[in-house]
Ligand binder design. Structure first.
Ligand code: FFO
Ligand code: GTP
Ligand code: K
Ligand code: MG
Length: 459
């Protein structure tokens, strides 16, 4: 069924490493490798064995490298095809030379992700699992890695399949209602029931989308932007949280000219911390651009840390920033507590709403614990534990889920309008299909087959 050509690629990072792997997959992988390998006859060796020997250029007879060759016969392999892995010396020369020899033997250079694509095409993993492999490779935080591992093990697929199963049951009943009106015991599939299922599924889909939003935060780090007027202590905060003097701190206003990013881990919460140029009216060209970037960073933030200097009274820019950050998750710091207070707390209360206010002194390193507590509270408060971050959605998944939601909405309003069942069924089936595209399960014909196999009518 899977007579695909044999592909080859370097499967380890190019660069100086101790070992590099050239991997081949396909029906001719073993034969090709055997032509290059001087050692035992690979063709007669059992599967899942590893063999010491040399790679020799069959034309020049030149020894290219001393290697270990792993032999994996279909179907218990990564791609479900025959796989050979040539473990050679690291660096660029040996792996490249051995890859070239594989290509000379007739293998084709694999496209990016093609081994994993074959794992999908040959049915070992589904689409969302294949996508998880890519996420795993790109994971930058421990939590991100756990999340993609969950996905790789099929958590999203499992969830989607169970939703589709529920929908399928409803569809099956409708089908019977339409085609076999004489079965009056199943004819009771009321429109109301259809609506209820659509509602339930729609809630679940919304839940997945919401969870995934949190998942994204953990995968990429929470975009945390430090804003405030010049000299309030933004760069000082960045340095305190990162534990080293990443940003320049001086008593000169406008020291930070451009946004500075650093990943930090606050009580297990990964933050992409962004220090910005102090916001003020300026005609200075470079600073002006910096201020623009600060405002943009504020707009894109998942979390805003707004710093005020409590040794001065609130200024227009402070009020403007309080307003601009209103709709966001935010924490307000009253910095420079070591200095006499000048800030009118009542005026602040009017503009700060329900935001948490923390008193700090970067100079004396005071209030940082309270800040870390608050950050971890904001993101862990009951709803989010690392083990819950099951779903990693890429934009394809998100699109499909949103489209499915729209279709389910249509179902609900069609029911409200008392449209005929077979019309409503179209939207319902569309939602079912859209969800199926996430796992790669959706095929139109499949719907009918499944319906019949599920709902054995005995005719
Ligand atoms: N040398 C090497 N290391 C590697 C990989 C690889 O391809 N080669 N992997 C590449 O990503 C990862 C391991 N992932 C793998 C996933 C599935 C199978 C596999 O053979 N699955 C079969 C048989 C399982 C079994 O024996 O029980 C299957 O699911 O049918 C192999 C590796 C990480 N380390
Ligand atoms: N007394 C006192 N001084 C502080 C405190 N935090 C920061 N400073 C000082 O205030 C000055 C400005 O600090 P920065 O961290 O550079 O301020 P900033 O907000 O990054 O300033 P810009 O980059 O210019 O916008 C420096 O001299 C710091 O040492 C504090 O809590 N107390
Ligand atoms: K400064
Ligand atoms: Mg600064």
């Amino acid at each position: 069924m899977y007579e695909r050509d044999t592909i080859a690629a370097i499967s380890t990072a190019l660069g100086e490493g101790a070992i590099g792997i050239v991997r081949m997959s396909g029906g001719d992988a073993l034969v090709m490798a055997n032509q290059l390998f001087k050692g035992v006859n690979l063709l007669t060796q059992p599967s899942h064995t590893i063999h010491y020997g040399h790679i020799v250029d069959p034309e020049s007879k030149q020894i290219i490298d001393e290697v270990m060759v792993t032999l994996l016969r279909a179907p218990k392999t990564y791609t479900r095809e025959d796989v050979v892995e040539i473990n050679c010396h690291g660096g660029i020369m040996a792996v490249q030379a051995i890859l070239d020899l594989c290509l000379q033997m007739g293998a084709r250079l694999a496209e990016p992700g093609e081994f994993t694509k074959r794992a999908f095409l040959n049915g070992r993993i589904d689409l969302s699992q294949a996508e998880a492999v890519m996420d795993l490779i790109e994971a930058k935080t421990n939590k991100a890695m756990q999340a993609s591992m969950n996905q790789l093990q099929g958590s999203l697929s499992k969830k989607i399949r169970s939703l589709r199963q529920t929908m399928l049951n409803t569809l099956a009943q409708i089908e019977v209602t339409i085609d076999y009106p004489e079965y009056d015991d199943v004819e009771e599939m009321s429109l109301q029931q259809l609506k209820t299922t659509a509602q339930a599924i729609s809630q679940e889909v919304q839940h997945i989308l919401k969870q995934a939003q949190s998942g994204r935060l953990f995968r990429e780090g929470i975009n945390t932007v430090i804003v405030g007027r010049p000299n309030v202590g933004k760069s000082s905060l960045l340095n305190r949280l990162t534990g080293w003097d990443k940003a320049i701190v001086t008593d000169i206003e406008g020291t930070t000219r451009d946004t500075i990013e650093e990943m930090v881990n606050v009580r297990g919460v990964p933050l992409k911390l962004i220090d910005t140029a102090g916001i003020r009216q300026t005609e200075e060209v470079v600073e002006k651009i910096g201020v623009e970037r600060s405002r943009k960073a504020l707009e894109e933030a998942d979390l805003v840390i707004l710093i005020l200097n409590q040794a001065e009274d609130l200024q227009e820019v402070d009020l403007e920033l309080l307003k601009a950050s209103q709709g966001k998750k935010r924490i307000i710091l009253l910095n420079k507590q070591d200095l006499p207070s000048q800030l009118d707390r009542n005026a602040l209360a009017e503009s700060s709403g329900t935001a948490t206010i923390i008193e700090t002194s970067m100079l004396e390193e005071a209030g940082l614990d309270a800040l870390e507590d608050e950050i971890s509270n904001l993101f862990f408060k009951g709803q989010l534990q690392s083990t819950d971050i099951n779903y990693l959605l890429n934009s394809r998944h998100t699109q499909l889920l949103k489209q499915a939601l729209a279709a389910l909405d249509e179902v609900q309003s069609a029911v409200a309008m008392e449209l005929p069942v077979d019309l409503i069924q179209i939207d319902y089936t569309r939602a079912w299909d859209l969800l199926g595209e996430i796992t790669g399960d959706s095929v139109q014909d499949e719907l009918l087959n499944e319906l019949f196999s599920q709902f054995c009518l005995g005719k």
